[in-house]
Design a protein around this ligand. Structure first.
Ligand code: DX5
Ligand code: ZN
Length: 239
């Protein structure tokens, strides 16, 4: 039985495997999980929606075989998320997050959310830094997750864009009990606290965890930062 982080209201630290050592992917993932990472974030890029190509289902299908109980949070930075979602779910995706800018879905986000949900996974939507948060509103009530990009999607190791927290502050009071806000890009010891105070629940972190000298200590300190900033966080209406 896969442990489902949507059933747990606590803040989640989610290592992004884009920064892993791909020559020993399973070992490196095992290491960040035993260091305290809650589950894994998986970045699929097609070189069209974003200016980089990463990997796809054949790669994380192997991770799913090695870690069959692990929740896989899949972030699709591709033009055709609905077309490829079935393959992703077959490969072990627990959650599929797609971009509202993707040409295949941009004119009908509601149908895209429903098509993907039919596959039996959780569904998230996300947006690039330059896209207005209003684009999410038509489907907000239908999704489980909203992912706010705090860098231009495509590469790990970029600097955090603090202005993107304005989107988090707008979304935070709108979230229902089962829904979560995730942030992705430039999350480290300096940026995690203010992100938590703004309303983020799940923190994707690539280079700051995989690149850390002491991964366990880094994750412990990230959780400590979250606790330090907790008094600045507004409560949601259901809390
Ligand atoms: C960027 C990806 C991120 C990336 C984050 O397009 O979506 O998940 O791995 O990397 P860091 O944490 O290094 O900014
Ligand atoms: Zn991502």
């Amino acid at each position: 039985m896969i442990w489902n982080p949507f059933q747990d209201p606590r803040a989640m630290i989610v290592p992004s495997i884009l920064s892993a050592d791909f020559s020993r992917l399973a070992e490196d993932c095992e290491d960040v999980l035993s260091a305290g990472g809650d589950f894994l974030h998986v970045d699929v890029m097609d070189g069209h929606l974003v200016p980089n190509i990463s990997f796809s289902a054949p790669v994380f299908r192997w991770l799913h075989k090695v870690f069959p109980d692990l929740f896989l949070d899949v972030h699709l930075m591709i033009d055709e998320p609905v077309r490829y979602a079935p393959d992703m779910v077959r490969a072990g995706a627990s959650n599929i997050t797609f971009h509202v800018e993707a040409p295949e879905v941009a004119s009908d986000l509601t149908s895209a959310v429903r098509e993907i949900r039919k596959l039996g996974c959780h569904v998230g939507v996300t947006l690039k830094p330059g896209t207005s948060v209003d684009r999410l509103f038509p489907v907000l009530s239908e999704v489980d997750l909203v992912l706010v990009m705090s860098v231009e999607p495509g590469f790990g190791g970029q600097s955090f864009m603090p202005d993107q927290l304005e989107k988090v502050k707008i979304l935070h009071p709108m979230m229902k009990e089962h829904q979560r806000i995730e942030i992705d890009g430039g999350i480290d010891m300096q940026t995690i606290g203010s992100s938590y105070a703004s309303g983020v629940d799940w923190f994707v972190a690539g280079s700051s965890i995989f690149g850390a000298k002491d991964r366990h200590q880094t994750i412990v300190e990230m959780r400590q930062k979250i606790r330090e900033w907790a008094s600045f966080r507004q409560k949601r209406s259901h809390e």
